[in-house]
Write a protein that binds this ligand. Structure first.
Ligand SMILES: NC(=O)c1ccc[n+]([C@@H]2O[C@H](COP(=O)([O-])OP(=O)(O)OC[C@H]3O[C@@H](n4cnc5c(N)ncnc54)[C@H](O)[C@@H]3O)[C@@H](O)[C@H]2O)c1
Length: 448
């Protein structure tokens, strides 16, 4: 049974925010045929994929046709939790290539680890499927470029899963910024804090029977299994993950880029390290990234994975600064506008209509609530069905992901990077450009 409340809520919140749902003149058809029901496969169902499977199953005229997962321990929970949303039991399959071979399937939702995102998304476009790919859309910049190319070449709807782009009050905030509520927005700063534990030192061992580690690695060159990698901790290993800068940074750097109306930067620097614990964790647990654009604009990102002191009352958020004041956009669906007096006064306050998972000073341990994922998923489905404009089309998703990737490249090389503002490429630094792409397991190279 579908839950129609979420749809009503969706329509209601969009009218609150005054968001237009402009349809493009040419509707997309599913697999060449006009079709109302959209079938999706969800790839990776332990954490994010479990939530997204329920969100998609809960959308009108959408069915989760496959759960694709390489660790068999996770099927039972997701199947059980999906049951209230759809009568038909999804098929279970380990190998995404077999899922993509099903001609009746319309789209895939990718929530596997980051090294799988762009390769799976590109394979899906080639197989004629539309793609909802979790953030970050790629493991490295070259993959992002190839994914944009694939979306164009195969004419597929490809949305990145930075769901804040669909939150009504975030959209209202950006609209206010673009209308000049604080004048020229020349600087923005964003942060994320957490108290992540040490991952210790893993043992190299054979992979457990319940896990197909070969498929888990997929496009990444083979490494031996180690017991502190899966699930989740792969985030902190460069071979598979992308660190906090892309794990949480992609959400907030994307909103800064949107609010400031900037694209490719001219200079990127970054500092940080694995400061809090000594263990196998390779990416920085503490990091700042500073990104400069032309026209006297810059932004900064701060992540503290192991130190939780909130800023401005929020565990994560953004402040936009302009010549007429500042805007505080916390990690929820609310924002506050200040003037530029010596003692700044609130000139506008927009509160969330619904409780978010991360109200001021309450830690978000469960991830974004399903209510906040629904409008983004719905937008993706409506883009497939009726040509609705995507809120995070892959080209913009790539540009935002790239800013964070450039931050990590600056961090890893220890250098200030000069960037070609026409395409985001690094200028005059061969060593840094080595991190523009990666090596692939033979047979898994990406070709668009
Ligand atoms: N948009 C958001 O707010 C949000 C929130 C959380 C996570 N994410 C993103 O979702 C992704 C997954 O994160 P997570 O926390 O769920 O990680 P996780 O490690 O808990 O889950 C990943 C799952 O993918 C499975 N997997 C690995 N290779 C696979 C393959 N080839 N085929 C099918 N399944 C495969 C793993 O077995 C695991 O169950 C990450 O890229 C993360 O950045 C986004």
């Amino acid at each position: 049974m579908k839950n129609t409340i979420s749809r009503r809520k969706f329509i209601q919140v969009n009218s609150i925010a005054g968001v237009s749902l402009a349809a493009s003149p040419v509707p997309f058809f599913t697999n060449g045929m006009p079709s109302k029901k959209i079938t999706v496969a969800v790839m990776g169902i332990r954490g994010r994929g479990n939530a997204l499977a329920k969100v998609f199953a809960n959308q009108p005229d959408c069915e989760v046709a496959y759960l694709c997962e390489v660790d068999e321990r996770y099927y039972e929970k997701t199947l059980k939790e999906l049951a209230p949303f759809q009568k038909k039991k999804p098929k279970l399959e380990k190998d995404i290539r077999k899922v993509l071979a099903d001609k009746s399937l319309d789209a895939i939702v990718i929530a596997a680890p980051d090294h799988w995102h762009a390769p799976a998304a590109i394979m899906a476009c080639q197989a004629g499927k539309h793609v909802y790919v979790e953030k970050p859309c790629s493991h490295n910049p070259r993959e992002g470029e190839l994914l944009v190319q694939a979306a164009r070449k195969y004419n597929k709807v490809v949305q990145m899963g930075n769901q804040r782009r669909s939150w009504p009050n975030v959209r209202a905030c950006i609209k206010d910024l673009h209308a000049g509520i604080i004048g020229n927005v020349y600087y923005a700063t964003a942060w994320y804090t957490n108290t992540r534990e040490s991952i210790g030192y893993g043992k190299t061992t054979t992979a457990p029977d319940y896990l197909d580690f070969d498929l888990w690695q997929g496009p990444a060159p083979r490494r031996p299994y180690q017991d502190n990698l899966h699930p989740y901790n792969w985030h902190w290993f460069w071979h598979w993950g992308t660190g906090e800068a892309l794990n949480n940074g992609t959400h907030f750097v994307d909103l800064m880029r949107w609010g400031m109306q900037v694209d490719y930067p001219k200079r990127v620097v970054s500092m940080g390290g694995r400061y809090h614990y000594q263990d196998d964790w390779q990416t920085p647990d503490t990091q700042t990234i500073n990104i400069e654009f032309e026209a006297n604009k810059s932004m900064s990102w701060e992540s503290r994975s192991c130190n939780s002191l909130p800023k401005h009352g929020f565990t994560a958020g953004i402040v936009f600064h302009g010549d007429g004041g500042s805007v505080l956009l916390g990690s929820g669906n609310a924002y506050t506008v200040y003037d530029n007096d010596r003692q700044p006064k609130i000139i506008k306050e927009v509160t969330a209509e619904s409780k978010t998972a991360d109200q001021p000073n309450q830690r978000n341990t469960l991830g974004p609530g399903a209510w906040f994922d629904a409008p983004h998923a719905n937008n993706f489905l409506q883009a497939i069905r009726e040509g609705e404009t995507l809120r995070s089309e892959i080209e913009g998703g790539h540009k935002s992901t790239l800013l964070c990737q450039l931050g990590n490249i600056a961090y890893r090389t220890g250098r200030s990077l000069n960037i070609d503002q026409r395409n985001g490429h690094i200028i005059g630094d061969m060593e840094a450009m080595k991190l523009w792409t990666r090596e692939y397991e033979p047979g898994w190279e990406i070709v668009v």
